[in-house]
Design a protein around this ligand. Structure first.
Ligand SMILES: [Zn+2]
Length: 240
């Protein structure tokens, strides 16, 4: 293994990243085969590790970075698992693991488990545009969406769409409500067949990038889907 050196940029990033995470928070860097958990402000432990030389090497690098900002790494009681046999298996393994982690996320204020909140009351809201830097040096504008999860302690946790998907599953992810209170729910294949065979297929709507009634932005993950429209609340409804 080559000598690994930490740069100042790395340290600044690490300090910020590790400080911002709550105690018991879990960090699983994408595609590394590693999962860490924060035990205290200066101690982290490995909770899951793939049996593979590259993974060992990655782990040494993370440990070096952590140590450079004064964090101890505890090892010894991590679960180990074999590398996937195919890319399909790798995908399934990664997805199952991410969902497992999502189940442990909690409200930063009262520590209630987020997965147990009323997820069906959260809808995507458009936050604005963000400029991102591409690898070739050009920039690109992307839409930023988020879900506001209201906890029983009144704290609102902002959560990004991918994370909400992990937490709530396909059904609650594939829906939004426009400003007039119409819910657009993406249909399953079976529902599409039933809708097409029914006498009132006009209830179904194919989504483009703009809502058919209000012309508002449609979350990009719902473009090109066939949805059912349900009135959730009206303009006269004071509640909403
Ligand atoms: Zn709470």
């Amino acid at each position: 293994m080559n000598e690994f050196e930490t740069t100042n940029e790395m340290k600044t990033w690490a300090k910020e990243h590790f400080d911002n995470m709550g105690i018991e928070g879990v960090w699983s860097p994408e595609g590394t085969g590693l999962t860490y958990q924060k035990i205290s402000n200066d101690t982290w432990r490995v909770i899951r590790m793939m049996n593979h030389p590259t993974v060992q090497e990655n782990h040494m690098k993370f440990t070096t970075i952590m140590m450079s900002v004064g964090i101890n790494m505890v090892m010894g009681d991590e679960a180990t698992y074999d590398p996937p046999a195919s890319s399909e298996e790798a995908y399934a393994q990664e997805a199952a693991h991410k969902m497992e982690i999502a189940k442990s996320w909690s409200c930063p204020k009262c520590e209630r488990i987020l997965a147990e909140l009323e997820l069906e009351k959260a809808y995507p809201s458009f936050e604005g545009m963000q400029e991102i830097l591409l690898e070739d040096g050009n920039t690109h504008e992307v839409e930023v969406w988020s879900y506001n999860l209201l906890c029983t302690c009144e704290h609102v946790t902002k959560i990004d769409p991918d994370d909400f998907h992990l937490l709530a599953g396909d059904y609650l992810f594939m829906r939004y409500v426009n400003s007039e209170g119409t819910l657009r729910q993406c249909m399953t294949r079976k529902q599409m067949v039933e809708m097409a065979d029914a006498d009132n297929p006009e209830l179904g709507v194919v989504l483009g990038s703009k809502d058919p009634d209000t012309k508002e932005r449609v979350p990009s993950w719902m473009w090109g889907t066939y949805c059912m429209s349900v009135k959730r609340w009206g303009l006269s409804d004071e509640e909403e």
